[in-house]
Design a protein around this ligand. Structure first.
Ligand code: C5P
Length: 268
């Protein structure tokens, strides 16, 4: 298939206040990983799917295998002392091309998890979508819009919604016991967008941006919160397409209740 989708599901989920990896948390009875992979299959039948899982969660790897997933062998990556680089596995990719899933272990940060996913994609794909498992209810229309814009020639495409709140940047208090943090400034609301996933890219451009970011450390690495940001830093235009309220990132208990209400009203 031309399109590969990396579903990043290697986060810890501490903000949901559960002792579970987030992708294992059920939404109306089904783990987020299951809903996310099903959503990708519905939207893009035949796309290669790479699910990036926490190395230590036996439950998620079992669920991944139940989804038809094939683990890709990993080997220590000589360049960065210990992280695992996927070894391309022909059998796994044949399975992935027919709606199967390749399973790969994630890293300590979202960026590292995306990189592990990139290393596991088969040779055929020239477009890559990166999707958060936590946005497991993202509708097919958004996947279609992202792929459509890539097929029309964009190098990077992200779904986004206008922001309804006025947003301010803050100067954190040096000592919150003495003084509260203060407002630094107010970006014009009409220019702000809340961005979601799936984010879509020409594979070669995303891979190059990730190779560059691999050399970063500390604050600079921590500041990378999505893939589009790497393209912006590389000077590549990032196109916006309409996102969806259904693509909310399930982060808190409140989000979980909103997601479950959405599933119920969709009549599932
Ligand atoms: O932490 P955050 O909410 O930004 O995570 C967004 C997505 O990235 C989630 O689907 C999560 O599972 C994934 N992630 C990952 N590996 C990490 C951290 C987050 O795959 N180390």
């Amino acid at each position: 298939s031309r399109v590969a989708v990396i579903v990043v599901a290697a986060g810890s989920g501490t903000r949901l206040g559960r002792d579970l990896p987030k992708a294992l948390v059920p939404v109306a009875g089904e783990p987020m990983l299951v809903r996310a992979v099903r959503g990708v299959r519905r939207a893009l039948p035949g796309a290669e799917i790479v699910a990036v899982l926490p190395a230590e969660s036996e439950d998620l790897w079992r669920i991944g295998r139940e989804l038809g997933g094939r683990p890709v062998a990993t080997e220590p990556d000589a360049d960065d002392g210990g992280s695992a680089a996927a070894v391309r596995d022909t059998a796994g990719h044949e399975a992935a091309g027919t709606g199967g899933v390749v399973l790969v272990a994630g890293g300590a940060t979202r960026t590292a998890s995306v990189r592990a996913g990139l290393d596991a994609i088969g040779p055929a794909a020239d477009l890559v979508l990166v999707h958060d498992a936590a946005r497991c209810l993202a509708p097919a229309a958004v996947f279609d819009a992202v792929v459509g814009a890539l097929e029309s020639g964009a190098t990077a495409v992200i779904p986004a919604l206008p922001v309804v709140d006025t947003v301010k940047t803050a100067v954190p208090a040096e000592d919150p016991r003495i003084a509260p943090e203060q407002v630094y400034d107010t970006p014009a609301r009409s220019t702000l967008r809340a961005v979601q996933t799936p984010q879509g890219f020409v594979r070669s451009a995303l891979a190059a941006a990730h190779r560059q970011a691999e050399t970063w450390a500390g604050h600079r690495a921590e500041a990378v919160t999505d893939d589009a940001m790497l393209m912006e830093l590389a000077g590549i235009p990032v196109h916006l397409v309409p996102g969806s309220l259904e693509s909310l990132k399930i982060t808190t208990e409140q989000d979980l209740r909103i997601a479950e209400a959405a599933v119920a009203s969709a009549g599932e």
